[in-house]
Design a protein around this ligand. Structure first.
Ligand code: GDP
Ligand code: MN
Length: 384
């Protein structure tokens, strides 16, 4: 589960990690009020669940209250990487001397939590990891012993933070406690700022919480804002249909999570890009089939649909009837390719073919066809 920067900073404060004085507003006038009250330069920051807000124009420095008003007005109501910004965090600007990266996450390979510290802060850490991995210092935490003082000291020396060693130690220990106590899978400060006054401060805050541990954190559950999720995912959640939106143009539907994941891989291998993951589950009723197709086709990027059914308890002919009916009633006109296997496969295939549907001989062929058809459909759409 993702939470917002302002929510994460509230948690930071609770753990004694220094963050700038701030307030969250939904109205540009309130941003001006805050800037007036503090009498300092402020920074206006979009509160949406996307990374790299700085580069995307979601973070603006304002020298005075009028500028704060203007910046907040510019950011509020705008889309940032597809999400509408309905609130901004207004903070007293920090006088930045240097930006660091500090994060704790789970490292599956070593089966430990790992601390990462880098002098290349403020930028995309994935980029640093890819280009100059030697610039990220790592400390694997032994779960039995926790963080040791000498390890922290060594880390701070490596990152040229020895002048702020005590403060850094407090930062890291607090962050680790926060990470453990809240069942986080990531706690990240990027940038961790060394101010012109020689203090350390969290410039940004990112916390990911383990969904499977939410039952232990009823208080944190309320931080989740369904409203901010993708509208199609919301619709799917209402109907209890496992759906994840992806960024391609080929809609995918199958019965069984493993089958759907394989289908995604097959489409990718043929050079296509899946638009979603959707698992219709076993024994899919015609009602559920229809709802699923309705959800898939809410995505306006779609150029084709791949339906992959494995008949076990679900009979292929039953599934075929439901799918045909749903496609007709939803007036779906884009290419649909089917793959069927298992119980009553032949009967199902005949039903589809009688209606003029394309049925692949196997998963490979069906994937190839849907990619080809979707590309052609896209071409036709672009011409018109
Ligand atoms: P992100 O792009 O979504 O990670 O947003 P951040 O909160 O990390 O901000 C991106 C960048 O904006 C930072 O790395 C800073 O360079 C700059 N920035 C953010 N807050 C301040 C501030 O208070 N003062 C100054 N001078 N720059 C800031
Ligand atoms: Mn950041």
């Amino acid at each position: 589960m993702k939470i917002h920067e302002y929510q994460a900073k509230d948690i930071f404060k609770h753990y004694g990690i220094p963050v700038p004085v701030s307030c969250v507003v939904k109205d540009a006038h309130r941003a001006r009020d805050f800037a007036e009250k503090t009498g300092k330069k402020v920074v206006v920051k979009a509160q949406v669940h996307v990374g790299g807000r700085g580069k995307a124009g979601g973070i603006k420095l304002a020298d005075n209250p009028d500028e704060a008003f203007r910046s907040a007005g510019e950011i509020l109501g705008k889309r940032l990487k597809g999400l509408i910004v309905d609130k901004v965090l207004v903070e007293e600007a920090i006088n930045i001397k240097k930006e660091y990266y500090l994060g704790i996450t789970m490292d599956r390979k070593s089966r430990k939590n790992v601390v990462m510290l880098s002098t290349e802060g403020g930028v995309d850490i994935e980029e640093v990891a890819a280009r100059t991995p030697e610039k990220i210092e790592k400390l694997y935490i032994d779960p039995a012993f926790g963080l040791k003082d000498f390890e922290i000291k060594k880390l701070s020396v490596k990152a040229n933070l020895s002048k702020s060693a005590r403060e850094f130690s407090h930062f890291l220990k607090s962050l680790y406690r926060l990470y453990l106590e809240n069942d986080a899978t990531l706690a990240e400060i990027n940038p961790l700022i060394l101010t012109g006054e020689g203090k350390l401060m969290a410039g940004d805050a990112k916390i990911l919480l383990d969904d499977n541990a939410m039952f232990r954190h009823k208080d944190l559950e309320t931080l989740q804002e369904i409203a901010e999720d993708d509208p199609i995912e919301q619709e799917a959640r209402k109907s209890n249909i496992p759906y994840v939106r992806l960024d391609g143009d080929i809609g995918i539907m199958g019965n069984g999570a493993g089958l759907v994941m394989t289908t995604l891989d097959m489409v990718k291998r043929e050079g296509g890009n899946p638009a979603n993951f959707l698992d219709i589950g076993g024994g899919g009723s015609s009602e559920k089939t229809k709802k699923s197709l309705e959800i898939i086709t809410m995505d306006k990027n779609l150029n084709g649909i791949f339906i992959n059914i494995f008949g076990g308890i679900t009979r292929c002919d039953e599934a075929a009837k439901g799918i045909i009916e749903a496609i007709k009633s939803l007036h779906i006109s884009m290419p649909v390719v089917i793959r069927l296997a298992g119980t009553r496969e032949e009967e199902g295939r005949r039903l589809f073919e009688a209606e003029g549907f394309e049925v692949g001989r196997d998963m490979n062929e069906a994937a190839k066809k849907v990619v080809e058809f979707a590309a052609a459909y896209k071409g036709r759409r672009e011409k018109n």
